[in-house]
Write a protein of this length. Structure first.
Length: 147
């Protein structure tokens, strides 16, 4: 498992960036970089289950919101995957990365917001995330600065 870190400076207040990250419509817009139709299903409360699913809703990841500080920090702990609508927590493939975290930190900086993302990536996905996350953060920036 590799720890990957990405950050971007956004000319918008933290509350705006937070809303872009987690509001359904804009979440779908920036995560399309990873998979068209990506969306999340959750009540968005700390400790709650969250499903990250693709456009058809049949495949994705099962996680929990490990820590939530509104407008400042969101941490997801990845617990399993969804294949053809079935949640898998115990297969060898899942056990290889189960417990990985994905953390989003927002800090006021230079009159705007610095958004940092730190994630644990299975070696087989590290290159994918190295390619996709900078593009996704650029989309967050574009959406936040457009408003």
């Amino acid at each position: 498992m590799k720890k990957l870190t990405f950050s971007i400076q956004i000319n918008a207040p933290k509350v705006r960036v937070w809303d872009i990250l987690w509001a359904d419509e804009t979440y779908r817009a920036w995560t399309t970089v990873f998979h068209p139709g990506s969306h999340a299903k959750s009540d968005w409360k700390e400790g709650s289950k969250i499903l990250f699913v693709g456009g058809d809703g049949g495949d994705g990841m099962v996680s929990k919101i490990a820590r939530l500080i509104p407008n400042e920090f969101m941490s997801f702990e990845h617990l399993g995957e969804i294949k053809n609508g079935v949640e898998d927590y115990d297969s060898p493939a899942v056990k290889a990365w189960k417990g990985a975290h994905e953390n989003y930190t927002l800090q006021e900086k230079s009159g705007g917001t610095e958004l940092s993302v730190e994630l644990d990536a299975d070696d087989s996905f590290a290159d994918y995330f190295q390619d996709k996350f900078p593009k996704a953060l650029e989309k967050v920036k574009e959406l936040a600065e457009a408003g």
